[in-house]
Design a protein around this ligand. Structure first.
Ligand SMILES: [Zn+2]
Length: 449
């Protein structure tokens, strides 16, 4: 009988603190050793010349299943995740929000055998329903999604409702993901722009203005500190917002700051040419290479604490169905987020160690999944990636596995590729395609009893 089930030999194992040549030993779906040992194994995988990373943990994902499966579902969205190197997702769908423990149980049951990767499920906070925070947290939701503005059909929290939710969350140490845009500023701008009859893509940055983001970020981060709750500010679009978060963190706020590739790599002006294909909110605000360089700097130094895709796909047909006001917000991102992070490392914006920190370890820690997820160490789930850091390719709409069928990064040349993805010791994707059964399981949140 061999000593281990899987032995990955000859690779360079990357962690946030460094990289070293090491073998990875896997038994019963868990890592049992990382080092020079070379025991007998049922399967030996040669990783010579490759990087070995923990599977990525993408904590902001919308798969519309159930809800709007014509846009995405778990089989398609998690195929994209597995192929791109994401082995854990935290999911929530605005069209079918989880608001009760029964909603959570029904959704987790429905998703059995529908996921290629492990998944947690978030609840939506609802103004006036903060009394259900403890029971939802103890039922095992991953986090509470909170809107400060009414968006995607979900009602917004004003400062009072937000404070009430955060106080209830602090009581049980629940974590929230805060979408920060000020309701009165977005609503007021919308009324003016509509009165002018504006239908061009240029309405986006005026409607969803930097002022609206900054006001909401400032209020939310202050209330996070004052209530003592734990929270992440979602999709931080710019350096000034990140500065507010850093200031409140320095005063003691338990506040994470989420970046997404679209704010680094897409430019504000693209919405003029691409319209609905650049409709997401907050919108891209970068105007210059210096703006981009500043965001990479804030990610390297930890001001932006982690990355996610904010995967919110629509097909090209759905993005063409209506005017700039009525089409869905959102971009597909699960296919491309790891690719652009590996490419950022190849270009010198980040170290590979930073990629592991911001897309594996830090998100796992923020949502209570670490040290089971986000790390390659004895006891962790054997979620691991074999990465060729030198492989070059061009991102193409044709290669997208999400039902979206397109990517805003179509045509972008990237360096670095995930060749294989293992979930709990089993191969779940190879060469950009999912492999085998859908063996992803539900991960109860940190408050589960
Ligand atoms: Zn989102």
């Amino acid at each position: 009988m061999p000593d281990v089930d899987l032995l990955v030999t000859g690779g360079t194992v990357v962690s946030p603190s460094g990289r070293r040549p090491a073998n990875v030993l896997v038994r019963d779906g868990r890592v049992v050793g990382v080092g020079p040992d070379r025991p007998s194994a049922t399967e030996v995988v040669d990783a010579s010349g490759l990087l070995v990373l923990p599977g990525a943990v993408d904590t902001h994902v919308h798969l519309m299943d159930p809800g709007a499966p014509d846009r995405e579902d778990f089989p398609s969205g998690t195929a994209a995740a597995a192929a791109s190197g994401v082995t854990t997702i935290l999911e929530h769908t605005h069209g079918r929000p989880v608001r009760t423990p029964e909603d959570l149980r029904a959704k987790a049951d429905y998703l059995r055998q529908r996921s290629f990767v492990d998944f947690g499920l978030a609840a939506h906070a609802w103004p006036g329903e903060s009394s259900s925070v403890p029971e939802l947290w103890e039922a095992g939701v991953a986090f509470f999604k909170v809107f400060t503005c009414t968006t995607h059909g979900v009602p917004g929290h004003d400062a009072h409702a937000l404070r009430t939710h955060l106080r209830a969350s602090a009581q049980v140490d629940a974590v929230s993901l805060l979408h920060c845009e000020d309701e009165s500023l977005t609503e007021g701008a919308e009324a003016l722009l509509r009165a002018e009859g504006r239908l061009d893509g240029g309405v986006l940055p005026e409607w969803r203005s930097l002022d609206a983001e900054l006001v909401a970020v400032a209020v939310a981060s202050l209330l996070v500190r004052r209530t003592g709750a734990r929270a992440t500010v979602a999709h931080v679009s710019n350096a000034e917002s990140a500065g507010y978060l850093a200031a409140e963190r320095a005063r003691g706020a338990r506040l994470a700051a989420e970046g997404c590739p679209q704010y680094f790599l897409l430019r504000e002006e693209e919405v003029l040419d691409h319209g609905a294909l650049r409709k997401f909110t907050p919108p891209a605000r970068g105007r210059t290479d210096d703006d981009e360089a500043e965001l990479w700097r804030l990610l390297r130094n930890g001001t932006l604490t982690h990355m996610s895709s904010d995967h919110a796909p629509s097909t090209l047909e759905q993005k063409a169905d209506g005017d700039i006001w009525s089409v869905h917000f959102g971009l597909p991102g699960l296919d491309s987020t790891m690719a652009v992070l590996l490419d950022a490392a190849a270009r010198g914006h980040l170290a590979y160690e930073d990629v592991v920190r911001v897309y594996c370890e830090a998100p796992a820690k923020t949502y209570g999944l670490w040290p089971r997820k986000g790390v390659l160490a004895p006891g962790a789930d054997a979620d691991l990636l074999l990465v060729d850091p030198r492989a070059r390719r061009t991102l193409r709409n044709d290669d997208v596995l999400s039902k979206a069928g397109w990517t805003p990064f179509d045509g972008r040349e990237v360096t670095g590729r995930v060749l294989r993805t293992y979930l709990r010791g089993s191969l779940v994707a190879a060469d950009g395609r999912p492999v085998g059964e859908r063996r992803g399981t539900f991960l109860p949140g940190a408050g589960a009893r």
